[in-house]
Design a protein around this ligand. Structure first.
Ligand SMILES: *[C@@H]1O[C@H](CO)[C@@H](O)[C@H](O)[C@H]1NC(C)=O
Ligand SMILES: *[C@@H]1O[C@H](CO)[C@@H](O)[C@H](O)[C@H]1NC(C)=O
Ligand SMILES: *[C@@H]1O[C@H](CO)[C@@H](O)[C@H](O)[C@H]1NC(C)=O
Ligand SMILES: *[C@@H]1O[C@H](CO)[C@@H](O)[C@H](O)[C@H]1NC(C)=O
Ligand SMILES: *[C@@H]1O[C@H](CO)[C@@H](O)[C@H](O)[C@H]1NC(C)=O
Ligand SMILES: *[C@@H]1O[C@H](CO)[C@@H](O)[C@H](O)[C@H]1NC(C)=O
Ligand SMILES: *[C@@H]1O[C@H](CO)[C@@H](O)[C@H](O)[C@H]1NC(C)=O
Ligand SMILES: *[C@@H]1O[C@H](CO)[C@@H](O)[C@H](O)[C@H]1NC(C)=O
Ligand SMILES: *[C@@H]1O[C@H](CO)[C@@H](O)[C@H](O)[C@H]1NC(C)=O
Ligand SMILES: *[C@@H]1O[C@H](CO)[C@@H](O)[C@H](O)[C@H]1NC(C)=O
Ligand SMILES: *[C@@H]1O[C@H](CO)[C@@H](O)[C@H](O)[C@H]1NC(C)=O
Length: 830
């Protein structure tokens, strides 16, 4: 305790220090006696003499030359100071506002494995961290990262900042670097609108309140590093990972000269933040009745300040883009018109909201959606940046209670998921209550094992997400890649778990043998499709976008968006994607039997039987019917053709390729090079004439598919005589004369029942009706095709029973009743 006196003397000498020193920043590299330069900023070692920083008990200076991740702070993270006992840094400052950052990069030094540290940190009287596990926080927030920066903002009323490290009993504390940045401009207003408070301002008294930065995002743009935010050295992460449905918003960029709407705002955010934005995805086919939604894991029982950054980059007048802002599912702002609020185009503007979270809530939703009252023109939204700040309560910013349950730390998350899965499978049809009870029990158990769980690392970063069936990104840093797990649907089947996985580029390279050309199974305007092997030998089709293709990005986005929303037996499902290093890679289930087209003509594959062809058509029709009616909004496929109908190892047909946009030129960017013509052969003439896309355009294309299936020839074949070039015209010509059998695939001869072909031809003909309104719906088509199959099977049964013993007649599975009807129907229609 003799040291104490000495330290006090030092402290006093600092306190007595004259106040003329102007506000300056302190960049402290802990555990070293050297001064290093990182990205233009000089970091002074905490052992450098006369550095004006006082260390309480010296602790242990830890060095590790091997500790490195390719971060800009590499050099900084090679040293740390370990505190086996209470200690502190005292930094002389002038009263005022400061950003304060603690850098953590755990490594092992002597007997100190920093991954196992557990400690408290306070700054002056503000509690920042409590029983804090660096590794627990990393696996929760940035599962693939090796380091963590905690950022705070507070007002200092004395002449120093004392940062106290208090190890939890039996453990120790550490820190790699400390930043203290004075903030001279006003960064936060005193009063802020409270969400749901009808615009009433709620007073936010900053003095004495501590703020922790939870999230800071450059929406729709790249990550911004500290050196790109010169004055305050803030980092701005990408927002993509936090979007509920990542591709509900499309990125927007306009590097016009942007300026702050108020000159006082120059420190609010760097202008780069305002140069990029996210607006609603431009898929006309999906009316813009969607919300762009971001979801953030937060600590319950705190107030949050939500700062939204806006800048209208596109419209030069008011009333062009009007939207609503929802926070925590309640309306924060209505009739929001950035142009009006910012007083012009290219004006950087921000808006703050205050949100109080109740005790149970661990996530915060931010949604921008259409202004319901506004006309169609006003159904777009825009967001350029987003910050979420946690506000202290009673001098405390630390979240002490357990991160359990759905927002649990990664290590625990994995255990929980597999347990629930295991329980679910084991319990079979067990009631929800039973499962819920088990889960609760498990969470409790887990809670008891908290410390153990907390300090466990888990590189894969599994976390169960309690979101209904979409690709959901949870908290991860922009660079991070991780598994995204859907949560088991406790009241439904365990099979309906929806997952979308973010693959790392390394995983994709392994899966495709570094994009081995011999594994290419398809080539198109979009790029190449590889056959790959993921995980334990699971086959996958890996579609890699051509980086040059501008079109590719839109298609990639649309496809992810579509596929993350849709799951159906007759739609090809997406396993995941990879967007690292500007790659656009989609990973699908592997369809062993390739395209329907390859089984019809142009290959050596054995021909499909009539029954197989009917079943394939029925499967595809089911998929399309689901697209048109099954989802919340009707979805038009727009590129129905035999190369987009894929067959799995059991010849179950699945619709593929949801990525195409509707505009003319993009149709050239489809698959195989012949597809340009092919696609035209399928195009709805009414769509050409009226430029109106409806589900009936898919019905038309599907009609062409039906004829292609029965005739087994390309839809456009320029080498044929003029009247035969276009299959749709040629087949219709024969169908209208009721003699489709003339042009039927010769390999089907004797294989089909005439009445089923007759009915089949009628369906196809109806699909090709000139006007959409005269075409059947996909539902009708589906029903009729099933009927055709029954006709065919009934006739085959009759044939069998005529040929052999009548007792052999076996009714088709599940079609008994209709089967009887079938037998009558042919005579009726003859
Ligand atoms: C810095 O520390 C190293 C070893 O810890 C020592 O060898 C060196 O002399 C020190 N340098 C200064 C300038 O104190
Ligand atoms: C310490 O403070 C003194 C006086 O304010 C200043 O001259 C000196 O540069 C400071 N040292 C460092 C390393 O910042
Ligand atoms: C700093 O730490 C030392 C050593 O633990 C202690 O004696 C001293 O009281 C602390 N100072 C403050 C201001 O907490
Ligand atoms: C440096 O840290 C790494 C990772 O924690 C560890 O494996 C290695 O042993 C450490 N080296 C030294 C010299 O402590
Ligand atoms: C440090 O602790 C972590 C977590 O307990 C463990 O995974 C890691 O292997 C340890 N590292 C060393 C070098 O002991
Ligand atoms: C921010 O930093 C730049 C460059 O250092 C400087 O020109 C500008 O005045 C600073 N802005 C404020 C508000 O301090
Ligand atoms: C800028 O801040 C000053 C002082 O806080 C205030 O008087 C002035 O009105 C502000 N200017 C604008 C454009 O908001
Ligand atoms: C970019 O901004 C300019 C004016 O600042 C505008 O004329 C142009 O249309 C904008 N571009 C886009 C794509 O919005
Ligand atoms: C958008 O989100 C809000 C709040 O969750 C919800 O009330 C509203 O219905 C949503 N709008 C749409 C179009 O989904
Ligand atoms: C907020 O809305 C989302 C989807 O719109 C929903 O999943 C979530 O449960 C809602 N949260 C609350 C607290 O109502
Ligand atoms: C939403 O806000 C209301 C009122 O402020 C609060 O009672 C509720 O718990 C909040 N819900 C969430 C999800 O934060």
């Amino acid at each position: 305790m003799g040291v104490l006196g000495l330290i006090c003397l030092v402290c006093i000498s600092i306190l007595v220090r004259t106040g003329e020193a102007e506000k300056k920043s302190f960049l402290i590299d802990c555990g070293t006696n050297s001064t290093i330069n990182v990205n233009g900023r000089s970091w002074v070692g905490d052992m450098v003499p006369d550095n004006n920083v006082t260390l309480g008990s010296p602790g242990i200076a830890a060095l590790n030359d091997t500790a490195s991740e390719s971060s800009i702070y590499d050099k900084l993270y090679k040293s740390a100071r370990v505190f086996p006992e209470n200690s502190n840094y005292t930094i002389p400052v002038d009263p005022g506002n400061y950003f304060f950052r603690l850098h953590f990069h755990p490594f092992s030094f002597e007997n100190y494995n920093m991954s196992e540290s557990l400690f408290d940190v306070t700054a002056n009287s503000l509690k920042l961290l409590s029983e804090f596990s660096v590794i627990g926080e990393i696996s929760w927030r940035k599962p693939n990262s090796l380091s963590l920066v905690k950022e705070y903002f507070f007002n200092v009323i004395s002449n120093e900042i004392v940062i106290r490290f208090t190890p939890t009993k039996g453990s120790f504390a550490f820190v790699n670097a400390i930043e203290v940045i004075p903030v001279t401009n006003k960064l936060f207003e005193d009063s802020v609108s409270k969400v749901g408070g009808n615009g009433a301002k709620s007073s936010l008294n900053l003095v004495g309140l501590g703020i922790e930065t939870m999230y800071r995002l450059n929406v729709g743009g790249p990550e911004l590093l500290p050196n790109q935010d010169q004055n305050l050295s803030r980092s701005w992460a990408q927002d993509f990972n936090y979007m509920f449905i990542p591709m509900d918003g499309s990125e927007m960029r306009n590097k016009s000269t942007i300026s702050y709407s108020s000159t006082n705002d120059s420190l609010i955010a760097p202008l780069q933040v305002y140069e990029t934005a996210r607006s609603m995805v431009n898929a006309e086919v999906l009316e813009k009745r969607i919300n762009m939604s971001w979801k953030f894991d937060v600590d319950p029982n705190f107030d949050y300040l939500i700062r939204l950054h806006f800048c209208e980059l596109q419209y030069d007048k008011a009333n062009q883009r009007i939207f609503r802002i929802y926070i925590n599912n309640s309306t924060a702002a209505q009739n929001f018109d950035v142009f009006v609020r910012a007083r012009g185009m290219n004006k950087a503007y921000h808006q703050d909201y205050l949100e109080t979270l109740s005790s149970q809530i661990k996530s915060l939703w931010i949604q921008l959606g259409p202004e319901t009252a506004a006309g169609a023109a006003g159904t777009d939204a825009l967001l350029n940046g987003l910050e979420i700040f946690k506000l202290s309560r009673n001098g405390n910013l630390a979240y002490v209670s357990e991160r359990s349950g759905p927002s649990g730390s990664a290590g625990k998350g994995k255990t929980t998921t597999s347990w629930i899965l295991w329980l679910g499978i084991g319990a079979g049809v067990a009631s929800t209550a039973f499962l819920a009870a088990l889960c609760t029990l498990f969470f409790c158990l887990c809670k008891r094992r908290r410390k153990m769980c907390r300090t466990k690392t888990n590189p894969s970063g599994w976390r169960p997400l309690s979101l209904h069936g979409s690709i959901v990104n949870s908290t991860t840093d922009a660079k991070g890649s991780k598994l995204l797990g859907g949560n088991p649907n406790l009241n439904g089947s365990m099979v309906s778990i929806r997952t979308g996985r973010r693959f790392t580029l390394a995983e994709i390279r392994t899966a495709t043998n570094n994009f081995d050309e011999s594994l290419v199974i398809g080539v198109g305007g979009f790029g190449k499709v590889y056959k790959g092997e993921i995980d334990d030998g699971i086959l996958a089709a890996i579609k890699r976008a051509n980086p040059q293709s501008e079109q590719g990005l839109a298609e990639f986005e649309t496809e992810i968006e579509m596929l993350s929303k849709l799951r159906h037996r007759h739609l090809v499902s997406m396993i995941g994607f990879c967007d690292e290093h500007n790659e656009m890679i989609l990973v699908y289930e592997y369809m062993a039997n390739g395209t329907l087209r390859s089984h019809l003509f142009g290959s050596d594959l054995p021909p499909l039987t009539w029954k197989q062809r009917l079943e394939v058509c029925i499967g595809a029709a089911r998929g399309l019917h689901y697209l048109h009616t099954g989802a919340e909004r009707s979805i038009i496929h727009r590129d129905v053709k035999t190369t987009n109908i894929l067959l799995d190892d059991n010849f179950v047909a699945k619709m593929a390729d949801f990525g195409l946009s509707k505009t003319g030129p993009s149709l050239e960017h489809t698959h195989v090079s012949t597809a340009v013509k092919g696609s035209f052969g399928y195009l709805d003439p009414e769509y050409f004439r009226r430029q109106q896309l409806t589900e009936k355009s898919d019905v038309y294309s599907f009609g062409v598919v039906l004829f292609e299936v029965v005739c087994a020839r390309p839809v456009i074949n320029p080498s044929l005589p003029k009247d035969q070039i276009n299959l749709a015209e040629w087949a219709l010509h024969w169908q209208k004369q009721r003699s489709l059998e003339t042009i039927v695939d010769p390999r089907l001869e004797g294989n089909y029942s005439p009445e089923s072909l007759k009915k089949f031809g009628e369906i196809a003909e109806k699909c090709l009706a000139d006007e959409g309104k005269n075409r059947p719906t996909m539902g009708d088509v589906l029903w009729n095709l099933e009927y055709v199959l029954q006709l065919h099977e009934a006739s085959m049964r009759r044939k069998v029973s005529n040929d052999s013993f009548s007792s052999c007649s076996v009714p088709g599975p599940g079609t008994l009743e209709e089967g009887e009807e079938v037998v009558r129907e042919p005579s009726k229609s003859m």
